[in-house]
Each structure stands twice: as structure tokens, then as C-alpha cells.
Design a protein around this ligand. Structure first.
Ligand SMILES: Nc1ncnc2c1ncn2[C@@H]1O[C@H](COP(=O)(O)OP(=O)(O)O)[C@@H](O)[C@H]1O
Ligand SMILES: [Mg+2]
Length: 324
């Protein structure tokens, strides 16, 4: 649905997008994650034509996004709703009027029975029917983002672009907003592109994710493929992996558990069978949408390593020696 091919963009001499290629499928929740300054917002703005790019192509439903072709761009932009970290609501308008605003902007009458019904339906969808006639200043951050979501949906977009939509919200409120985005994706079939620097967001809702680093796509895949066992140093650094906190003596062995593996008493069995002790120095259990992934670092004596690895192989446990 969104096809980004070899896109390059510079601001003056600063190359901020370098040969970016990403394919986003119809109906997907797709994440773009990376540190601040990686180029995420610029890429998102190129997708909906708020920003131009210098080389390559971006197409939406097969139509080229070309900022110079104003007429075609307007039609493409109508397909894409967008929400931001800062909500961008108009203070002088109430919730209902804010949601209706894009209709006014596009010259669509907002006072027909159908239009009113649609606006009300969206306000109910985001759970704000009680706040309908309040002004933004009377709402919490989470409620403001809900208004922005309803507003982004009022022209029936196929795609919802989210730029750091939960970055200003606390974790509990974030969960509610992410659940709402999932609902919108599932029930309305809207493709969602989520730009964020927050791992939690990607883990909770994204089916696929691209990791952006200094304007380059470093890795693409399911969040669990990228982040449970990251091979790229840049991704480890981004996750602030455990390696700097591990003991410097002995060997550090990292174990990975997927699904049912989480419930097996592997470590105590290994200790009994090998007749030796290990130090558990780091462990983590993580949710990726519905699956749980675990990882664990054992510190052991060099002499036990070979037998430990053989034991783990015999139990089909994935392992890796962490290099110093
Ligand atoms: N309008 C602009 N003019 C010049 N430089 C910009 C502009 N917008 C963004 N940049 C630069 O582009 C780089 C990427 O920015 P941005 O896309 O906002 O990153 P992210 O959203 O990942 O934090 C940064 O170095 C930023 O300073
Ligand atoms: Mg940004």
C-alpha cells in the first residue's frame, strides 16, 4: 500500500534520509523506530507530502507522492490522517468542532445528518461523548490525543500516520491510546504507521518495524526478531543492552526462551546435571503483542561452558556467548 523506494533527502548539506526502502502492506500496523534525529518524522512527512524528497519514489496505492503535483497530492493526502505528539487541537473550538474541522477544510458540509452522525460515531469510538462540548484546555493529554484521533478519521482515511503520538503521555494512558489504535486497525481496517522512539509502543502493537539509524534503515522485521536478540550494535545501544553491567570474570552465556520454553526449569536442571553452580546476573521477560519472550544471562566458569552448551542444545534452548 505504501511503497518507499531508495528515498534520499537532504536539508542543505545535511543528508537526513539515505537510500530508504520500506514496503508497508495494506492493513498493517507498521513501526518506524529510532533515536531522536534519526529522520523518522521527516520520512513520515515525505509519505504524506508535507515534505519533498530529493531522490527515489514514494507511492501510496500505486500513486506517486509528488509535492509539485498539487492536485494529485491533495487527493492522496485525503487518504491519510495524521496525529502528533503535540495534538495540534484548536483551543477556541470544542471537541465536536475540532473533530469536524477537516470537513470544513475540505469543503464538505459538516451539518448534514450524515456528517453529524459520523462525527458523533467517532467521538463515541474514542470514548469522549461526555466531553463533546468541552474545550481542549479542559481535557487531559490522553483525552486530547483521542480528539486528534477522531479528527484524523473524519474523512475516512485508509492510512493513519502517527508521529510520537504517545511520547507526551504517561505509561497507563499510553496503553489506552495504543489499544484504541489497535481497535481502529482491526475494526476499520485502517493501515497504521507509527513513528516512535518508544520500544513499548512497537512491542505492544506493531506487526513489523523498521529501525532507523542516522537516516538509514538498519533492520526490518517483526519486533521480536529485531529486539529480543539484536545483532546490530546500534540496536543494542538503543536498547541499552545489559553487556556493560555483566561480570568481567568467567563467561557470560545468554539463553533465550520462546513460548513454552518460559515454563521449563532449564537452569536448575542444568545445574543439577552438570553438578555445578551458576550466577544468574540478568534476566528479562517481554511481551510482544500476545507472545512472551524471555532472556537470561548466566555467569559461569570457563571449564563449564562446553558442557553447558551441550546441555542447552539437547534441550533445544537457543544460547549465545556474550563477548567481552
Ligand atoms: N525543516 C528542517 N530543516 C533543516 N533540518 C531539519 C528539518 N527538519 C529536520 N531536520 C533535521 O533532520 C534530521 C532528522 O530529523 P527528524 O526527522 O525530525 O528526526 P526524528 O523524527 O527521528 O527525531 C535532524 O538532524 C534534524 O535536525
Ligand atoms: Mg520526530
Amino acid at each position: 500500500m505504501i511503497s518507499i523506494e531508495n528515498v534520499q533527502k537532504s536539508f542543505k548539506n545535511n543528508e537526513v534520509l539515505k537510500d530508504i526502502s520500506i514496503q508497508i502492506e495494506d492493513g498493517e500496523i507498521y513501526g518506524i523506530i529510532g533515536q531522536s534525529g534519526a529522520g523518522k518524522s521527516t520520512l513520515l512527512r515525505c509519505i504524506n507530502g508535507l515534505e519533498s524528497y530529493d531522490q527515489g519514489s514514494i507511492t501510496v496505492d500505486g500513486n506517486l507522492i509528488n509535492i509539485r503535483d498539487k492536485k494529485s497530492l491533495r487527493l492522496q493526502q485525503k487518504k491519510m490522517g495524521m496525529i502528533f505528539q503535540s495534538f495540534n487541537l484548536l483551543e477556541r473550538l470544542d471537541v465536536y468542532q475540532n473533530v469536524a474541522l477537516p470537513m470544513k477544510f475540505w469543503g464538505i458540509p459538516a451539518n448534514t445528518p450524515q456528517a453529524k452522525e459520523k462525527i458523533l460515531k467517532l467521538i463515541r469510538l474514542v470514548g469522549l461523548e461526555e466531553k463533546m462540548h468541552q474545550k481542549p484546555r479542559e481535557l487531559s493529554g490522553g483525552q486530547k490525543q483521542r480528539v486528534a484521533i477522531a479528527r484524523a478519521l473524519v474523512l475516512d482515511p485508509e492510512i493513519l500516520l502517527c508521529d510520537e503520538a504517545t511520547s507526551a503521555l504517561d505509561p497507563e494512558i499510553t496503553k489506552g491510546i495504543l489499544a484504541l489504535l489497535q481497535k481502529i486497525n482491526k475494526e476499520m481496517g485502517i493501515t497504521i504507521v507509527v513513528v516512535t522512539h518508544q520500544m513499548e509502543v512497537v512491542k505492544q502493537i506493531c506487526q513489523r518495524v523498521a529501525f532507523l539509524n542516522h537516516g538509514k534503515v538498519l533492520a526490518v522485521g517483526k519486533p521480536e526478531q529485531l529486539f529480543v536478540w539484536p545483532k546490530e550494535k546500534e540496536i543494542r545501544d538503543f536498547l541499552r543492552e545489559e553487556s556493560d553491567k555483566l561480570p568481567s570474570s568467567g563467561v557470560n552465556l545468554k539463553l533465550f526462551f520462546f513460548g513454552e520454553g518460559n515454563q521449563r526449569p532449564i537452569v536448575t536442571q542444568m545445574s543439577q546435571e552438570l553438578q555445578t553452580d551458576f550466577n544468574i546476573c540478568w534476566a528479562r521477560l517481554e511481551d510482544f503483542r500476545e507472545d512472551v519472550y524471555g532472556s537470561l544471562v548466566l555467569n559461569m566458569q570457563e571449564k563449564d561452558l562446553e558442557r553447558a552448551c551441550a546441555f542447552l542444545d539437547s534441550r533445544n534452548v537457543t544460547w549465545e556467548v556474550i563477548s567481552k
